[in-house]
Design a binder for this molecule. Structure first.
Ligand SMILES: Nc1ncnc2c1ncn2[C@@H]1O[C@H](COP(=O)(O)OP(=O)(O)O)[C@@H](O)[C@H]1O
Ligand SMILES: [Mg+2]
Length: 331
């Protein structure tokens, strides 16, 4: 089966006056058609840079390398801006966190939706308008005919996010990348928007790369979860497997912060400290300065991402299930 997204060994660096910031260091992501892969990790770990690079939307100051970059079967490594523009919006689209800045403040939301249909599907103005009103109704906007004439600032944050979702799904893309789509919203609205996104994704069969810093948010959405730490994937597995058997100490820390998601008491740990300075990362495992289980080897050698159980990958010298063997390296 062909994939919606295939990225292999993605590296993104920013030259700055403080030195080179290695924001993404060898990330590989695969998303099957119709699948929802969640990318989760704390703020600054490289999620947005990964998603912008996946869409080739990063500005020219970044140094980007990848061994493979295929979107909906198209090898986009050598794609021009024009070729990418043709792909974006039509076959792949994006939902951002901040709907207010993603939307044009001086144009009604209806006209902004019309433009998507006119540009990508070459519909007439009249046809586009009908599709736009239907699209607003489909994302649960009441009185869609009236709301079509609203400006973004006249809508609530939740309604604006619904408009962005309508725009993202407008041309029935094969892949949508949603970068923290509910982070700016309060908890009740967040739950409604997540439910809507999940419903739209399932109905349309669109693949979704869902990005969040919050594991409790992704746990309801994702088929598979990739945990990112300081520019690298720390752990990746099917959702149920990752939640039932988190192997990386960082994942267990994230899970323990989510009450009720995993009630194994002995897995409750608190992660102290912060992400390493991206311009000055530690030797060895990037997580070891914060890891309560780190041994000598962790401070000198970087662990590799290895498949421990079928489909379950983890980047750690030690494994929780081998705790009794502490002191012995597992790879
Ligand atoms: N244009 C840029 N120039 C320099 N550093 C950047 C730039 N964009 C992002 N970064 C750095 O890259 C790292 C990853 O950022 P980002 O992907 O936005 O994190 P996340 O989305 O996980 O919060 C951060 O350390 C951030 O400061
Ligand atoms: Mg981000």
């Amino acid at each position: 089966m062909s994939k919606a997204l295939e990225i292999e060994n993605l590296k993104v660096a920013f030259p700055t006056h403080r030195g080179v910031i290695r924001a993404v260091e060898g990330v590989s992501l695969n998303i099957d058609k119709g699948e929802c892969l969640a990318l989760v990790g704390e703020s600054g770990c490289g999620k947005s840079v990964t998603s912008l690079t996946a869409m080739k939307l990063l500005d020219d100051t970044a140094i980007v390398r990848a061994d493979k970059h295929i979107i909906c079967g198209e090898d986009v490594l050598g794609f021009s801006d024009k070729q990418m523009e043709a792909l974006r919006g039509r076959r792949v689209s994006m939902i951002f966190q901040d709907a207010l800045s993603a939307l044009d403040p001086v144009m009604t939301v209806g006209r902004q939706l019309d433009e998507v249909f006119i540009r990508h599907l070459r519909l007439s103005k009249k046809e586009a308008r009908e599709r736009s009103v239907a699209a607003l109704a489909a994302v649960g906007i009441p009185e869609p005919g009236a709301r079509y004439r609203s400006f973004p600032h006249e809508l609530s944050g939740g309604m604006r996010q619904r408009v962005l979702i309508a725009m993202a799904f407008a041309c029935e893309p094969e892949l949508i990348i949603a970068d923290e789509p509910t982070t700016a919203l309060d908890v009740t609205i967040q739950a409604q928007i997540l439910e809507l996104l999940k419903k739209m994704q399932q109905q349309s069969g669109t693949a979704l790369l869902f990005i969040s810093h919050d594991l409790s948010v992704v746990s309801n959405m994702a088929d598979r979860i990739a945990v990112m730490y300081s520019g690298k994937i720390a752990e990746q597995a099917q959702r149920d497997e990752l939640i039932a058997r988190p192997l990386h100490p960082y994942t267990r820390g994230l899970l323990s912060a989510v009450i009720g998601i995993n009630d194994k008491k002995d897995s409750f740990i608190h992660i102290k400290g912060t992400l390493p300075d991206p311009a000055d990362k530690p030797h060895g495992c990037y997580f070891c300065p914060r890891c309560s289980e780190a041994g000598e080897v962790c401070f000198v050698r970087q662990p590799l991402l290895k498949e421990r159980v079928s489909g379950h990958y983890v980047r750690c010298h030690y494994l929780r299930c081998h705790r009794s063997e502490r002191g012995e390296e597992n790879e």
